[in-house]
Design a binder for this molecule. Structure first.
Ligand code: PXP
Length: 250
């Protein structure tokens, strides 16, 4: 039985602050603070903190990432699109890990995985630069065999398998099909020596399905935990999720 690590994505804490204080970032009233949230997540047992710096800065701000970098005791995973401005920022920030994601301005949250075959040429130099700076690199991909193989060619350290289609499955048949795709992708990635993570749309109910995917090392969960925190507080929300992640058989 393995221990599954929990990375808490705290973007939505910044989303809530920005809803009121986007035009007054220096206000003494600006709240809630993602950095304070990160510390509480760590105290509750999170193994890492994930934040997405988007090109439009709709939630996390540069200063949030700098403060997170200075305060996080576990590890900081920066989610980001493959653009010059954000890469330069990442190289200065020095997160422990970067997860490269596709980014469209119109989407509310990251929608699909990276299409590695299509973007291999742009991704290769970015991965090399991040590696040269000592940053481990994860690629957020749909659970498809060709995506896993391209991640290996690109010399990624990790893949994060997109669990959105599983989470949103409306019928049991689609759910089973998605589970099978995730299981096969996890097995393939693990056989190639990649660390296998998963994320997107995981919540307190569908976490039971995640237990059926082999070889997972880390889950990145944001929305469900931040939403649950409204009722029970962030520490309890993290502990409850960790409780449901226990006894993972790998
Ligand atoms: N992993 C990646 C790569 C993501 O883009 C997101 C959403 O920002 C998550 C995990 C977390 O998804 P959710 O908020 O649905 O738990």
């Amino acid at each position: 039985m393995g221990t599954l690590r929990l990375g808490v994505n705290i973007d939505h804490v910044a989303t809530l602050r920005q809803a009121r204080y986007a035009t007054m970032p220096d206000s003494k009233n600006a709240e809630p603070d993602p950095v304070a949230t990160a510390s509480l997540c760590e105290r509750a047992g999170a193994g890492g903190i994930t934040a997405h710096l988007r090109a439009d800065r709709r939630h996390m701000q540069d200063r949030d990432l700098q403060r997170l970098r200075a305060n996080i005791m576990t590890k900081l995973n920066l989610e980001m699109g493959n653009t010059t401005e954000i890469i330069d920022f990442a190289l200065l920030l020095q997160p422990d890990e970067v997860c490269l994601v596709p980014e469209k301005r119109q989407e509310i949250t990251t929608e699909g995985g990276l299409d590695l075959a299509r973007h291999e040429r742009e991704l290769a130099p970015t991965i090399k630069r991040l590696h040269a700076a000592g940053i481990r690199v994860s690629l957020f991909i749909d659970p498809a065999p060709d995506q896993v193989e391209t991640a290996v060619q690109l010399e990624a350290d990790m893949v994060e398998l997109h669990t959105g289609a599983l989470s949103n499955a409306f019928t049991e048949k689609i759910e089973q099909q998605e589970l099978e795709r995730l299981r096969e992708a996890a097995l393939r990635a693990s056989n190639f020596g990649l660390q296998v993570n998963a994320g997107h749309g995981i919540n307190y109910r569908n976490i039971s399905l995640i237990h059926q995917i082999p070889h997972l090392v880390e889950l990145n969960i944001g929305h469900a935990i931040v939403a649950r925190a409204m009722f029970v507080g962030i520490e309890a929300a993290v502990s409850e999720m960790l409780g449901l992640m226990q006894n993972y058989r790998g």
